[in-house]
Design a protein around this ligand. Structure first.
Ligand code: SF4
Length: 353
Protein backbone atom coordinates (compact mmCIF):
# COMPACT_ATOMS: atom_id res chain seq x y z
CA UNK A 1 0.00 0.00 0.00
CA UNK A 2 1.43 3.42 -0.90
CA UNK A 3 1.90 5.67 2.13
CA UNK A 4 -1.05 7.92 2.93
CA UNK A 5 -0.70 11.66 2.43
CA UNK A 6 -1.91 12.36 5.94
CA UNK A 7 0.57 9.98 7.54
CA UNK A 8 3.58 11.29 5.59
CA UNK A 9 2.66 14.92 6.20
CA UNK A 10 2.15 14.52 9.92
CA UNK A 11 5.34 12.53 10.40
CA UNK A 12 7.51 14.99 8.46
CA UNK A 13 5.99 18.07 10.11
CA UNK A 14 6.47 16.64 13.61
CA UNK A 15 10.02 15.57 12.83
CA UNK A 16 10.94 18.98 11.39
CA UNK A 17 9.57 20.84 14.40
CA UNK A 18 11.65 18.62 16.65
CA UNK A 19 14.84 18.40 14.62
CA UNK A 20 15.12 21.54 12.47
CA UNK A 21 18.63 22.94 12.37
CA UNK A 22 18.95 26.41 13.69
CA UNK A 23 19.79 28.38 10.53
CA UNK A 24 19.58 32.16 10.12
CA UNK A 25 17.05 32.03 7.27
CA UNK A 26 14.75 29.92 9.44
CA UNK A 27 14.26 32.72 11.96
CA UNK A 28 13.01 35.23 9.41
CA UNK A 29 10.00 35.67 7.16
CA UNK A 30 11.84 38.28 5.11
CA UNK A 31 11.32 37.02 1.54
CA UNK A 32 14.58 38.57 0.35
CA UNK A 33 16.61 36.61 2.91
CA UNK A 34 14.73 33.41 2.16
CA UNK A 35 15.24 33.96 -1.55
CA UNK A 36 18.97 34.56 -1.06
CA UNK A 37 19.36 31.41 1.06
CA UNK A 38 17.53 29.33 -1.54
CA UNK A 39 19.70 30.64 -4.36
CA UNK A 40 22.92 30.00 -2.43
CA UNK A 41 21.84 26.52 -1.34
CA UNK A 42 20.89 25.43 -4.84
CA UNK A 43 24.40 24.26 -5.61
CA UNK A 44 26.16 24.73 -2.29
CA UNK A 45 26.18 22.83 1.02
CA UNK A 46 24.77 24.61 4.08
CA UNK A 47 28.13 24.84 5.92
CA UNK A 48 29.82 26.28 2.82
CA UNK A 49 26.99 28.65 1.98
CA UNK A 50 26.38 30.08 5.44
CA UNK A 51 29.35 32.53 5.54
CA UNK A 52 28.47 33.73 2.03
CA UNK A 53 24.88 34.30 3.08
CA UNK A 54 26.01 36.42 6.00
CA UNK A 55 28.62 38.39 4.05
CA UNK A 56 26.21 39.01 1.19
CA UNK A 57 23.56 40.39 3.54
CA UNK A 58 26.12 42.56 5.28
CA UNK A 59 26.95 44.14 1.92
CA UNK A 60 23.37 44.22 0.58
CA UNK A 61 20.91 44.12 3.49
CA UNK A 62 17.83 44.82 1.33
CA UNK A 63 16.62 44.19 -2.21
CA UNK A 64 17.11 47.91 -2.91
CA UNK A 65 20.73 47.77 -1.76
CA UNK A 66 21.33 44.83 -4.06
CA UNK A 67 19.56 46.57 -6.93
CA UNK A 68 21.75 49.65 -6.54
CA UNK A 69 25.04 47.71 -6.43
CA UNK A 70 27.17 47.28 -9.53
CA UNK A 71 27.49 43.84 -11.07
CA UNK A 72 31.17 43.84 -10.13
CA UNK A 73 30.36 44.35 -6.45
CA UNK A 74 27.79 41.54 -6.56
CA UNK A 75 30.12 39.12 -8.33
CA UNK A 76 32.89 39.99 -5.90
CA UNK A 77 30.69 38.95 -2.93
CA UNK A 78 29.82 35.75 -4.76
CA UNK A 79 33.39 34.93 -5.67
CA UNK A 80 34.28 31.36 -4.73
CA UNK A 81 30.69 30.11 -4.63
CA UNK A 82 30.72 29.28 -8.34
CA UNK A 83 27.74 29.10 -10.71
CA UNK A 84 27.89 32.87 -11.18
CA UNK A 85 24.71 32.96 -13.24
CA UNK A 86 22.95 32.66 -9.89
CA UNK A 87 24.48 35.94 -8.72
CA UNK A 88 23.83 37.74 -11.97
CA UNK A 89 20.21 36.62 -12.02
CA UNK A 90 19.73 37.54 -8.37
CA UNK A 91 21.05 41.00 -9.19
CA UNK A 92 18.88 41.39 -12.30
CA UNK A 93 15.81 40.19 -10.42
CA UNK A 94 16.54 42.61 -7.55
CA UNK A 95 16.57 45.45 -10.08
CA UNK A 96 13.20 44.32 -11.45
CA UNK A 97 11.78 44.06 -7.92
CA UNK A 98 13.08 47.54 -7.04
CA UNK A 99 11.91 49.14 -10.29
CA UNK A 100 8.59 47.38 -10.85
CA UNK A 101 7.42 46.10 -7.46
CA UNK A 102 8.45 48.92 -5.12
CA UNK A 103 11.18 46.77 -3.56
CA UNK A 104 8.77 44.02 -2.43
CA UNK A 105 8.90 40.53 -3.87
CA UNK A 106 5.71 39.32 -5.59
CA UNK A 107 3.76 37.15 -3.17
CA UNK A 108 2.88 34.09 -5.24
CA UNK A 109 4.89 31.28 -6.79
CA UNK A 110 3.34 32.06 -10.16
CA UNK A 111 4.45 35.71 -10.16
CA UNK A 112 7.82 34.96 -8.61
CA UNK A 113 8.62 32.73 -11.57
CA UNK A 114 8.45 35.75 -13.85
CA UNK A 115 11.63 37.13 -12.26
CA UNK A 116 15.03 36.31 -13.81
CA UNK A 117 16.57 33.14 -12.41
CA UNK A 118 13.56 32.14 -10.29
CA UNK A 119 12.36 28.74 -11.41
CA UNK A 120 9.60 26.54 -10.10
CA UNK A 121 11.65 25.30 -7.16
CA UNK A 122 12.84 28.70 -5.87
CA UNK A 123 9.40 30.23 -6.42
CA UNK A 124 7.78 27.39 -4.43
CA UNK A 125 10.30 27.74 -1.62
CA UNK A 126 9.90 31.53 -1.28
CA UNK A 127 6.12 31.45 -1.66
CA UNK A 128 5.60 28.66 0.88
CA UNK A 129 8.16 29.78 3.47
CA UNK A 130 7.77 33.56 3.31
CA UNK A 131 4.12 33.91 2.24
CA UNK A 132 2.51 30.67 3.43
CA UNK A 133 1.31 29.67 -0.06
CA UNK A 134 0.54 26.00 -0.54
CA UNK A 135 3.21 25.60 -3.22
CA UNK A 136 5.35 22.45 -3.52
CA UNK A 137 9.12 22.23 -3.88
CA UNK A 138 11.08 19.48 -5.59
CA UNK A 139 14.86 19.52 -5.34
CA UNK A 140 17.40 16.69 -5.27
CA UNK A 141 16.67 15.87 -1.63
CA UNK A 142 12.91 15.81 -2.16
CA UNK A 143 13.33 13.58 -5.20
CA UNK A 144 15.31 11.07 -3.19
CA UNK A 145 12.80 10.99 -0.33
CA UNK A 146 9.79 10.67 -2.65
CA UNK A 147 11.26 8.06 -4.97
CA UNK A 148 12.11 5.96 -1.93
CA UNK A 149 8.91 6.56 -0.02
CA UNK A 150 6.85 5.50 -3.04
CA UNK A 151 9.50 3.16 -4.44
CA UNK A 152 9.42 4.81 -7.85
CA UNK A 153 11.44 2.96 -10.48
CA UNK A 154 11.18 5.52 -13.32
CA UNK A 155 14.43 7.45 -13.93
CA UNK A 156 14.52 10.96 -12.48
CA UNK A 157 15.24 13.67 -15.01
CA UNK A 158 12.71 12.23 -17.45
CA UNK A 159 9.87 14.66 -18.13
CA UNK A 160 7.16 12.28 -17.00
CA UNK A 161 8.93 11.34 -13.77
CA UNK A 162 9.54 14.99 -12.95
CA UNK A 163 5.87 15.72 -13.55
CA UNK A 164 4.88 12.86 -11.22
CA UNK A 165 7.26 14.10 -8.54
CA UNK A 166 5.84 17.64 -8.65
CA UNK A 167 2.33 16.25 -8.57
CA UNK A 168 3.16 14.09 -5.56
CA UNK A 169 4.89 16.95 -3.74
CA UNK A 170 1.87 19.15 -4.54
CA UNK A 171 -0.48 16.60 -3.00
CA UNK A 172 1.66 16.26 0.13
CA UNK A 173 2.23 19.93 0.94
CA UNK A 174 -0.39 21.06 3.46
CA UNK A 175 -2.28 24.36 3.39
CA UNK A 176 -1.27 25.08 6.99
CA UNK A 177 2.45 25.79 7.39
CA UNK A 178 3.42 24.64 3.89
CA UNK A 179 6.88 26.17 4.38
CA UNK A 180 7.57 23.93 7.38
CA UNK A 181 6.59 20.84 5.43
CA UNK A 182 8.73 21.83 2.46
CA UNK A 183 11.74 22.57 4.62
CA UNK A 184 11.08 19.35 6.53
CA UNK A 185 11.09 17.08 3.51
CA UNK A 186 14.23 18.77 2.12
CA UNK A 187 15.97 18.48 5.46
CA UNK A 188 14.92 14.85 5.79
CA UNK A 189 16.63 14.18 2.48
CA UNK A 190 19.73 16.10 3.51
CA UNK A 191 20.16 14.53 6.93
CA UNK A 192 18.32 11.20 7.18
CA UNK A 193 17.41 9.86 3.76
CA UNK A 194 20.93 10.47 2.48
CA UNK A 195 22.15 9.09 -0.86
CA UNK A 196 24.45 6.30 0.36
CA UNK A 197 23.51 5.50 3.93
CA UNK A 198 19.92 6.41 4.74
CA UNK A 199 19.18 6.17 8.44
CA UNK A 200 15.94 4.23 7.99
CA UNK A 201 15.83 3.24 11.65
CA UNK A 202 15.78 6.89 12.70
CA UNK A 203 13.49 8.09 9.91
CA UNK A 204 10.05 9.51 10.79
CA UNK A 205 8.40 7.83 7.77
CA UNK A 206 10.07 4.46 8.21
CA UNK A 207 6.80 2.64 8.95
CA UNK A 208 5.22 3.64 5.63
CA UNK A 209 8.26 3.77 3.31
CA UNK A 210 7.88 1.33 0.41
CA UNK A 211 11.61 1.24 -0.40
CA UNK A 212 12.42 0.39 3.17
CA UNK A 213 9.83 -2.42 3.13
CA UNK A 214 11.17 -3.80 -0.17
CA UNK A 215 14.85 -3.17 0.52
CA UNK A 216 15.32 -1.01 -2.59
CA UNK A 217 16.75 2.12 -0.91
CA UNK A 218 20.13 1.74 -2.63
CA UNK A 219 18.46 1.61 -6.05
CA UNK A 220 16.37 4.76 -5.59
CA UNK A 221 16.30 7.19 -7.19
CA UNK A 222 16.90 5.52 -10.55
CA UNK A 223 19.19 7.70 -12.66
CA UNK A 224 19.65 8.01 -16.37
CA UNK A 225 23.05 6.77 -17.51
CA UNK A 226 25.73 9.45 -17.00
CA UNK A 227 27.42 11.23 -19.86
CA UNK A 228 31.21 11.20 -19.68
CA UNK A 229 32.56 14.70 -19.11
CA UNK A 230 34.97 15.74 -21.87
CA UNK A 231 38.44 17.14 -21.11
CA UNK A 232 39.96 20.22 -22.76
CA UNK A 233 43.57 21.46 -22.72
CA UNK A 234 43.70 25.25 -22.33
CA UNK A 235 46.47 27.83 -22.41
CA UNK A 236 46.59 30.99 -20.34
CA UNK A 237 48.87 33.99 -21.02
CA UNK A 238 50.39 35.89 -18.13
CA UNK A 239 51.50 39.18 -19.69
CA UNK A 240 53.26 41.63 -17.36
CA UNK A 241 54.05 45.35 -17.71
CA UNK A 242 55.72 47.31 -14.92
CA UNK A 243 54.47 45.01 -12.19
CA UNK A 244 50.92 44.84 -13.56
CA UNK A 245 49.20 42.01 -15.41
CA UNK A 246 46.86 42.09 -18.36
CA UNK A 247 43.35 40.85 -17.53
CA UNK A 248 40.15 40.87 -19.56
CA UNK A 249 36.51 40.90 -18.65
CA UNK A 250 34.35 38.19 -20.12
CA UNK A 251 31.22 39.34 -21.96
CA UNK A 252 28.15 39.60 -19.71
CA UNK A 253 26.38 36.70 -21.41
CA UNK A 254 27.59 33.13 -21.50
CA UNK A 255 29.65 30.93 -19.20
CA UNK A 256 31.34 32.90 -16.36
CA UNK A 257 29.93 36.09 -17.90
CA UNK A 258 31.16 39.37 -16.38
CA UNK A 259 34.10 37.78 -14.55
CA UNK A 260 37.70 38.84 -15.05
CA UNK A 261 40.33 36.42 -16.31
CA UNK A 262 43.78 36.14 -17.79
CA UNK A 263 43.71 35.91 -21.57
CA UNK A 264 43.67 32.36 -22.87
CA UNK A 265 41.82 29.78 -24.85
CA UNK A 266 41.57 26.22 -26.07
CA UNK A 267 44.48 24.28 -27.52
CA UNK A 268 43.33 23.18 -30.99
CA UNK A 269 44.02 19.58 -32.13
CA UNK A 270 47.65 19.22 -33.28
CA UNK A 271 48.72 22.56 -31.75
CA UNK A 272 51.54 22.92 -29.21
CA UNK A 273 50.95 25.10 -26.15
CA UNK A 274 53.24 27.76 -27.66
CA UNK A 275 51.35 27.81 -30.95
CA UNK A 276 48.03 27.98 -29.16
CA UNK A 277 49.23 30.95 -27.05
CA UNK A 278 50.48 32.83 -30.09
CA UNK A 279 47.19 32.26 -31.90
CA UNK A 280 44.99 33.09 -28.91
CA UNK A 281 46.88 36.33 -28.19
CA UNK A 282 46.64 37.33 -31.84
CA UNK A 283 42.90 36.56 -32.02
CA UNK A 284 41.87 37.79 -28.57
CA UNK A 285 44.18 40.76 -28.12
CA UNK A 286 45.57 41.61 -31.54
CA UNK A 287 49.18 41.22 -30.37
CA UNK A 288 52.16 39.02 -31.17
CA UNK A 289 53.80 37.38 -28.15
CA UNK A 290 56.88 35.41 -27.36
CA UNK A 291 56.12 32.53 -25.03
CA UNK A 292 58.40 32.23 -21.98
CA UNK A 293 58.28 29.68 -19.15
CA UNK A 294 55.45 27.62 -17.77
CA UNK A 295 54.08 29.17 -14.53
CA UNK A 296 51.65 26.43 -13.58
CA UNK A 297 49.47 23.67 -14.87
CA UNK A 298 46.20 23.41 -13.00
CA UNK A 299 43.13 21.27 -13.39
CA UNK A 300 39.57 22.39 -12.93
CA UNK A 301 36.22 20.68 -13.36
CA UNK A 302 33.00 22.35 -14.46
CA UNK A 303 29.80 20.34 -14.57
CA UNK A 304 30.01 19.87 -18.33
CA UNK A 305 33.77 20.01 -18.90
CA UNK A 306 37.11 19.25 -17.27
CA UNK A 307 39.98 21.56 -18.17
CA UNK A 308 43.73 21.73 -17.68
CA UNK A 309 44.98 25.31 -17.65
CA UNK A 310 48.59 25.59 -18.83
CA UNK A 311 49.71 29.00 -17.66
CA UNK A 312 52.70 30.64 -19.41
CA UNK A 313 54.49 33.94 -19.08
CA UNK A 314 54.36 35.76 -22.39
CA UNK A 315 56.05 38.95 -23.61
CA UNK A 316 54.46 41.28 -26.14
CA UNK A 317 56.70 41.62 -29.20
CA UNK A 318 54.30 43.52 -31.42
CA UNK A 319 51.11 45.54 -31.04
CA UNK A 320 49.07 46.98 -28.19
CA UNK A 321 46.36 44.79 -26.62
CA UNK A 322 42.83 45.54 -27.80
CA UNK A 323 39.69 43.74 -26.58
CA UNK A 324 38.08 41.63 -29.27
CA UNK A 325 36.47 38.82 -27.29
CA UNK A 326 36.54 40.56 -23.89
CA UNK A 327 34.28 43.49 -23.10
CA UNK A 328 37.21 45.32 -21.49
CA UNK A 329 40.95 44.93 -20.79
CA UNK A 330 42.88 46.25 -17.79
CA UNK A 331 46.35 46.18 -16.31
CA UNK A 332 46.12 45.13 -12.67
CA UNK A 333 48.75 44.78 -9.97
CA UNK A 334 48.57 41.59 -7.85
CA UNK A 335 47.65 43.72 -4.80
CA UNK A 336 44.50 44.80 -6.68
CA UNK A 337 43.43 41.29 -7.74
CA UNK A 338 41.05 41.10 -4.82
CA UNK A 339 39.02 43.94 -6.36
CA UNK A 340 38.20 41.77 -9.35
CA UNK A 341 35.99 38.69 -9.44
CA UNK A 342 37.94 35.86 -11.12
CA UNK A 343 36.61 32.39 -11.93
CA UNK A 344 37.66 29.68 -9.49
CA UNK A 345 40.02 28.15 -12.06
CA UNK A 346 42.09 31.40 -12.20
CA UNK A 347 42.45 31.41 -8.41
CA UNK A 348 44.39 28.20 -8.67
CA UNK A 349 47.39 30.07 -10.12
CA UNK A 350 46.85 33.71 -9.01
CA UNK A 351 48.93 33.33 -5.88
CA UNK A 352 51.89 32.19 -7.96
CA UNK A 353 52.20 35.61 -9.62
FE1 SF4 B 1 14.57 7.21 3.21
FE2 SF4 B 1 14.81 5.07 4.76
FE3 SF4 B 1 13.22 7.09 5.46
FE4 SF4 B 1 12.55 5.51 3.44
S1 SF4 B 1 12.75 4.91 5.60
S2 SF4 B 1 12.41 7.72 3.47
S3 SF4 B 1 14.55 5.08 2.55
S4 SF4 B 1 15.44 7.11 5.29
Amino acid sequence: MPPSVREVRAAIMAWFRREARDLPWRTTRDPYRIWLSEVILQQTRVDQGLPYYERFLEAFPTVEDLAEASEDEVLKRWEGLGYYTRARNLHRAARVVAAQHGGRLPQSAELLQLLPGIGKYTAGAIASIAFGERAPVVDGNVKRVLTRLYDMDAPIGETETERDLWRLAGALVPSRHPGDFNQGIMELGARVCTPKTPDCAGCPVTSCCLSRARGTQAERPVRRPKRTVPHQEMVVAVIAREGQYLIGRRPARGLLGGLWEFPGGKVAPGESHGQALERVCREELGIAVEVRGLVASVRHAYTHLKVTLNVYRCDIIKGAPQPTTHSELRWAAPAAFEDYAFPKANHKFLNLL
